[in-house]
Each structure stands twice: as structure tokens, then as C-alpha cells.
Design a binder for this molecule. Structure first.
Ligand code: R5P
Length: 285
């Protein structure tokens, strides 16, 4: 039985269809003091062998929903609890960046681990964070699917990543698209919302460019990268990512920078979720 957190209802429904498993009714509520309640009354009514809790932890509330739903399905007698985090929040805080800081990815992984027998997540920022979970955690790779929504007529395409860390992602998208060059920018992060991008040497004049990253959060990285391209006579610019978080004014920043289209997957449900990763996750289950 598939049990959905409020952040991943379409993903959970797609997974239920792919696995031909029932989709549980769920209730989300908030008490007058602000505390949350996520419940799965359906699970209690059935003899469920395996409950699959599906939720992208895009907020602190979504994290709490996961813990509550895990507990609810176990309490209702599920023999096995699997937790699917299409997007794992706090995953980018994978080290203590300053003395006294927590390793937040480890802290949330530990909490989630207590209520589950298995974890699946999609393209975490660093695959090593899977090691923070106590039960087995598997990273599903959706990168090659990012080529699917791209126009077929890209002009001498260049697939760029905004930093060296995402160049493999750009290469995977290029390989899936079938043609084009790859390169990367040098990125220096100045603050949570400010980055500095140094151009790559690759010739982009009159060529279509696809800038690829694992996540667009505030859009600072992508909009800086696109701005640099604009100064160099680029053709069309598309941006694509696995996790379209698109917080705050990210869409405005990208639009002002001159982006032709934004593509992402449904690990985070947005109007830009052009690709579903549910079939790939279903294959792993
Ligand atoms: C960082 O290394 C990631 O790959 C992304 O480039 C970054 O997290 C995107 O964040 P933002 O959209 O806020 O610049």
C-alpha cells in the first residue's frame, strides 16, 4: 500500500499505478497549537504487508509528516515499512560547514531511519549521504530522463553545469540527448542567495545551451550562469534539473535572465515537473 505525504501526492499516485498497489487515504490536520497530524486510517483497516511512505521533505512540516506516517503504518501492523523520499531535504547540509554546526543531513537521516526498513531517494546532492541512514538507502538516478522534454531541434547544443560537481549530470543528459558538447562553469558561493560564476572556455555564440544541475533552489546559481551566457551571444538557453525546488523568486530570476524554458522532474511537484521519476523508483521497489 502506498501512503503519501502531502508534498508528493501526484508522485505517490503514479507509483501506486506503476506498482499496481492501492493508494491509501490519508488525513493531514493541524491542531490549534500548531502541531501537525498526518494519519493513514486506511492502513489500519487492512492487513498490509508492505507500506510505502512517499514524501519529499521540502519543509520541516514535511519531515514531520514522514515520521508520523511511518509510525502510523507500523502501529497499524505493516510488516515492512519502506520510505521513499523523492527529494531529501537538508541533503545539501552534508558536513559541518563551521565549528558548532550540525551535519543536518545525518540528523534527519537518523530520525527517518528509526521508522523504516528501507529508504529510497532520487539524486541526492552527494550519494554518500545514503550512508547516514541505518537501514539500506538506495539512490535512484533520474539524470538521463532530463533529456526527454528538451526540444529535438537544439542548434549545436552545449550542455553546461554551473560547477564542476554537476558535470557528470550534464554529460549524462548530453548522452541521453544523443549529441552535443559538455563543459562546466567555476562557481564560488558568496552567501545562501549569492554566487559568482566564472565562464567556461567553450564557444557558445549562436549555439543552444542547456544548463543542468541537480537542484534549482533560490535560482541564484542558474540565473548567474545564464547571465554569463547572455553576454556571449548564446542562442537559446534552457535550464533543467532533477529537483525544481524553485524557492522564493527563483522563477522570476530565471525569466529575467532570459531562460527559454525550465524543466524538472516530479521529485518536487511544480508546474515545471516535465518528467516523472515514479517509474524508475517503481523499478527499484
Ligand atoms: C550546489 O552545489 C547545487 O548543486 C546547486 O547548484 C545549488 O544548491 C543551487 O542552489 P541555488 O538555486 O540556491 O543557487
Amino acid at each position: 500500500m502506498i501512503v503519501s505525504g502531502s508534498s508528493s501526492q501526484a508522485f505517490a499516485a503514479a507509483l501506486a499505478r506503476d506498482l499496481e498497489e492501492p493508494l491509501a487515504a490519508v488525513e493531514y490536520d493541524r491542531f490549534p497549537d500548531g502541531e501537525l497530524l498526518a494519519a493513514a486510517p486506511d492502513v489500519a483497516d487492512r492487513d498490509v504487508d508492505r507500506a510505502i511512505v512517499v514524501a519529499s521533505t521540502t519543509s520541516s512540516d514535511a519531515h514531520l509528516e514522514v515520521l508520523q506516517l511511518q509510525d502510523a503504518v507500523r502501529e497499524a501492523g505493516a510488516d515492512e515499512v519502506v520510505t521513499v523520499l523523492p527529494y531529501m531535504g537538508y541533503g545539501r547540509q552534508d558536513k559541518a560547514f563551521e565549528a558548532g554546526h550540525p551535519i543536518s543531513a545525518r540528523a534527519v537521516a537518523r530520525a527517518i531511519s528509526t521508522g523504516t526498513d528501507r529508504v529510497l531517494t532520487v539524486n541526492p546532492h552527494e550519494e554518500s549521504i545514503c550512508g547516514f541512514f541505518e537501514p539500506t538507502a538506495t539512490a535512484v538516478d533520474a539524470a538521463d530522463q532530463l533529456a526527454d522534454p528538451l526540444p529535438a531541434d537544439l542548434e549545436e547544443p552545449v550542455f553546461l553545469s554551473p560547477d564542476a560537481g554537476a558535470v557528470e549530470l550534464a554529460e549524462t543528459v548530453r548522452d541521453a540527448y544523443g549529441r552535443g558538447a559538455t563543459d562546466y562553469f567555476e562557481k564560488t558561493r558568496l552567501s545562501g542567495t549569492e554566487v559568482e560564476i566564472s565562464p567556461s572556455d567553450v564557444a557558445v555564440a549562436d549555439r543552444d545551451v542547456v544548463v543542468t544541475d541537480d537542484i534549482i533552489a533560490t535560482g541564484s546559481t542558474m540565473s548567474e550562469a545564464v547571465g554569463v551566457l547572455g553576454e556571449r551571444g548564446v542562442g537559446r538557453v534552457f535550464v533543467t534539473c532533477v529537483h525544481p525546488l524553485l524557492a522564493r523568486d527563483a522563477v522570476t530570476k530565471l525569466s529575467r535572465a532570459g531562460v527559454e524554458a525550465i524543466y524538472g522532474t516530479d521529485t518536487i511537484e511544480r508546474q515545471y515537473s516535465a518528467v516523472s521519476v515514479a517509474p524508475s523508483v517503481a523499478d527499484e521497489l
